[in-house]
Design a protein around this ligand. Structure first.
Ligand code: SF4
Ligand code: F3S
Length: 112
């Protein structure tokens, strides 16, 4: 089991999750973070920290796509262990449906 970052993170990227992870297993894309499933220890502390409710345990149904996406991109993107400011327009994208189809970027973020 692992926790995964889902669609709700895209273009919100609040980064509150980064500070609390005891094993530093978040990786940064241009407009979303992902979790490395093989590093996550399932502690669950990041889930309630996310203002966008983007983090879910993979035991919830229908998250196969997100588990695969987290695994794929955590192997390609830089590790991030320190939060930075969220994008200035983050709140405008909070709760917006269909963000993956419209906005997902495979480009890496800056990392630490
Ligand atoms: Fe890190 Fe725990 Fe969240 Fe996994 S569940 S990403 S170990 S804070
Ligand atoms: Fe994304 Fe939530 Fe973290 S919006 S960056 S998963 S706090």
């Amino acid at each position: 089991m692992t926790y995964v970052v889902t669609d709700a993170c895209i273009r919100c990227k609040y980064m509150d999750c980064v500070e609390v992870c005891p094993v530093d297993c978040f990786y940064e894309g241009e407009n979303i973070l992902v979790i490395n499933p093989s590093e996550c220890i399932d502690c669950g502390v990041c889930e309630p920290e996310c203002p966008a409710e983007a983090i879910l345990p993979d035991t919830e149904p229908g998250l196969e796509k997100w588990l695969e996406l987290n695994a794929t991109y955590s192997a390609q993107w830089p590790n991030i262990t320190q939060s930075r400011e969220a994008p200035a327009d983050a709140d405008e994208f909070k709760g917006v449906p269909g963000k993956f189809e419209q906005y997902f970027s495979p480009n890496p973020g800056k990392g630490d």
